[in-house]
Write a protein that binds this ligand. Structure first.
Ligand code: DLL
Length: 437
């Protein structure tokens, strides 16, 4: 099913016409209302009237997370406060969070785009969606809530945590779809096992998973453990929250809702625009937002765009699974790797759980000679026999070397010993923050 066939299957030429029209409007709108955009455009010598084709977007200035911080809280907002109906924020682990204000129209668009995403994943109003993203200022909770309601599904606002209660609700309410981070999906499975609950043969059929990078092997693992189809939903606070793009059951990239967002791929080092199909940093310009439109936001997310029509019939560009964020990249003896690539290799080795921690020395600016990775061993394989453990260790080291070309020191950890997070998983840990095991 396609919720908005007129837009979602629009011939690309027509879609680009619509995007250009909306881009021109957005640029004129922010130029007039936000000194930050006016100044940064003037510095580059561009005026709203200079945007004549879609490729002219490359002449506009970038916006970064730092610009949001510098203009905290409402310096990038285009409307008076009485038009702002709600405010969300990023988790802001370092410094001030990013503030995202919405007008009523923005909230309506958001709800409609999340509903479009859920339909894209294969949901209908017959489904019961248990929403285990955190409610509060994080966009995951209310974003999925608005979208599920808009679709007419039965939304269970479970929020994060209280896993036993979540499992009870899944069983008692016959929950068919769960929205949460991929790492929380694994916590659900682990707790279900402890309680002897068979999730695999239960009512759950679909996972709307996102908010953190995850690998294809992690998908397979989640699908096998929970007995669901696990699909990726993408979004970010600065742009709107979840529902910027979504995978369909063909699992061939996340459809970007291009009638509302203009996507570009740039070289993260030079900032030059790259052609479709090449891997680089995703840059997004909003096309319909009122409260806080954004020009050329540098997401730091590394991906590639596919513009061929998908087997589902949608013409909108797809972004392939995010390899990682450019600021999460680790360099080991000159080789660059993302945590998700390491995850992907770890999960090919039997006896390993999808629970791992990559240890870095921050003073070393993420560059080290040898990487240290702590990996949990499966219950079935965990043994006191030194020889068996040593074989597993060597196998992992060899695999990482042959697939990624990196040398890693592996520390095998007892089952369930690494800390679990109910929100976004923290895979890269500084040596100074290491837990005592
Ligand atoms: O995580 C919004 C969201 C909520 C998305 C619920 C999906 C589901 P932020 O906290 O601002 O917003 O974090 C945005 O999370 O730039 C990516 O690095 C990462 N991310 C989000 N979705 C995915 C995904 C929310 N499906 C940042 N795959 C983004 C990989 C993702 N990474």
């Amino acid at each position: 099913m396609i919720r908005h066939p007129h837009f979602e299957t629009m011939p690309r030429a027509e879609l680009e016409k619509l995007q250009l029209e909306r881009l021109k409007k957005t640029v004129a709108y922010v130029y007039e209302r936000v000194p930050f955009y006016r100044d940064s455009m003037q510095k580059l010598g561009v005026k709203p009237d200079d945007i004549q084709t879609l490729t002219d977007v490359a002449n506009l200035p970038f916006t970064s997370k730092l610009d949001f911080r510098d203009n905290y809280p409402f310096g990038l907002t285009c409307v008076p406060q009485d038009e702002v109906v709600c405010v969300h924020a990023s988790s802001g682990t370092t410094g001030k969070p990013v503030i995202a204000p919405y007008t009523q129209k923005d909230v309506d668009t958001w709800a409609e785009l999340v509903a479009r995403s859920l339909v894209c994943a294969g949901m209908t109003r017959e489904d019961t969606l248990q929403n285990a993203y955190g409610y509060g200022m994080f966009t995951g909770g209310l974003g999925l809530h608005y979208g599920g309601k808009q679709l007419g599904a039965t939304v269970v606002p479970a929020s994060t945590g209280n896993t036993k209660r979540q499992l009870m609700m899944i069983q008692d309410l016959g929950t068919t779809a769960i929205s949460c981070t991929p790492s929380y999906a694994l916590i659900l499975h682990e707790t279900a096992q402890e309680l002897d609950i068979d999730l695999y043969n239960g009512s759950l059929r679909l996972g709307i998973l996102g908010a953190e990078p995850w690998s294809e092997n992690m998908r397979a693992d989640i699908e096998n453990k929970l007995g669901i189809t696990a699909l990726s939903i993408y979004g970010l606070t600065e742009i709107m929250g979840p529902g910027v793009s979504m995978e369909c059951p063909h699992k061939n990239g996340m459809h970007i809702w291009e009638d509302h967002f203009l996507a570009e791929i740039i070289d993260p080092v030079t900032g030059k625009t790259l052609p479709y199909g090449e891997q680089g940093e995703l840059v997004i310009t909003t096309l319909t937002k009122e409260a806080q439109p954004v020009l050329r936001f540098r997401t730091k997310d590394i991906t590639r765009l596919i513009t061929e029509t998908c087997a589902c019939g949608r013409t909108m560009a797809r972004m392939v699974r995010i390899t990682g964020r450019s600021d999460d990249m680790i360099r080991v003896r000159g080789v660059s790797v993302f945590p998700s690539q390491i995850e992907s290799v770890l999960l090919t080795v039997e006896g390993i759980e999808p629970q791992y921690m990559i240890v870095v020395d921050r003073q070393n600016a993420f560059a080290s000679d040898e990487l240290e990775i702590w990996v949990e061993v499966s219950e079935s394989i965990f043994s006191d026999k030194m020889a068996q453990m040593a074989t597993l260790q060597i196998k992992l080291q060899r695999e990482l070397d042959s697939v990624l070309g990196i040398k890693a020191r592996i520390k095998l950890v007892e089952p369930r010993k690494l800390a679990r997070t109910e929100g976004k998983a923290k895979r890269v840990v500084d040596r100074s923050e290491l837990p005592q095991l």
